[in-house]
Ligand binder design. Structure first.
Ligand code: MN
Length: 231
C-alpha cells in the first residue's frame, strides 16, 4: 500500500522501567470529577454517572514540550489531571475486570480554551474548540499500576513556581475503576485507550512565556512551556 502522503506518526508515552513505549489510540476525558472544581465552574458534580469528552490523539504531546500559545483564545487554562492507560480489552466490565484492565497511571494536562468552552456551554454546542486543541493533551511518563495505587496522594500544579491547583486523588467523585466500568458500556476499550480523570480546583489562565509544572505524589511530573513566539 502506498499512501498519498506520510501518515501521522504513532504517539506513544514512556512507561517507567520499560524499554517499550505505550502507543495511544484514543483519549477520553472525564468532566467535573472533583466537587471543588465543579463549583468554581458554576456547576455541580453528577453523582448518577460520569460523563466524557474526547481529544484527538493527534493533539497529544509528551511532557517537556514547548509550544506556542494557541490561536483562537485569550483565556487558555491549565487543568492538572491523573491519567490512566488501559492494557487489556474490556467491554461492559465488572469491578474486577475494570481493575485488571488498568495498565498504568501518569500525570497529564488537559489544556483548555476556556472562552471557547464557555461559548459551547452558552449556545449548547459541542466543546471541540474548547477542548480538542492542538497540543492540549500533555502526557508524562506513566507508572505501571502494580507500582502505584490510587489513594490520598496530593495532586497539584504550579505556574512559574507559584501554586495554582491543589487537591487529593481521594477527592475524585468517580474512581478509575468506576470510570472503566461505566465507559466500557459505550466503548470496546483496549490497549491504547487513555483516560484523563478530571481536574481539582484552581484552574486558571496561562500566558506566553509561562512554565507549567504538574505533580502527583509517586508519579513523574508533567511539564509544558508556552513559548513567547506566535503560533
Ligand atoms: Mn479536564
Amino acid at each position: 500500500m502506498r499512501y498519498l502522503f506520510d501518515p501521522q506518526e504513532v504517539f506513544a508515552v514512556p512507561v517507567k522501567g520499560e524499554d517499550a513505549v505505550y502507543p495511544v489510540r484514543r483519549i477520553f476525558c472525564v468532566g467535573r470529577n472533583y466537587a471543588a472544581h465543579a463549583a468554581e465552574m458554576g456547576g455541580e458534580v453528577d453523582r448518577e454517572a460520569p460523563w466524557y469528552f474526547t481529544k484527538s490523539v493527534m493533539h497529544a504531546v509528551l511532557s517537556g514540550a514547548a509550544l506556542a500559545y494557541p490561536a483562537g483564545t485569550s483565556n487558555y487554562h491549565h487543568e492538572m489531571e491523573l491519567a490512566f492507560a488501559i492494557g487489556a480489552e474490556v467491554f461492559e466490565a465488572d469491578e474486577a475486570e475494570a481493575a485488571t484492565a488498568i495498565f498504568a497511571y501518569g500525570c497529564a494536562l488537559d489544556m483548555t480554551r476556556r472562552d471557547r468552552q464557555q461559548d459551547g456551554k452558552d449556545h449548547r454546542r459541542p466543546w471541540s474548540l474548547g477542548k480538542d486543541v492542538e497540543g492540549s493533551a500533555v502526557f508524562a511518563e506513566m507508572t505501571r499500576s502494580g507500582e502505584f495505587t490510587v489513594a490520598d496522594q496530593e495532586i497539584g500544579l504550579r505556574v512559574n513556581g507559584e501554586q495554582r491547583q491543589h487537591g487529593e486523588l481521594r477527592d475524585m467523585v468517580w474512581s478509575p475503576v468506576e470510570i472503566v466500568m461505566h465507559l466500557s458500556k459505550f466503548y470496546h476499550l483496549g490497549p491504547g485507550d487513555v483516560v484523563m480523570t478530571g481536574t481539582p480546583s484552581g484552574v486558571g489562565p496561562v500566558v506566553a512565556g509561562d512554565n507549567i509544572h504538574g505533580t502527583i505524589e509517586g508519579l513523574a511530573p508533567v511539564e509544558l512551556a508556552l513559548m513567547v513566539t506566535k503560533s
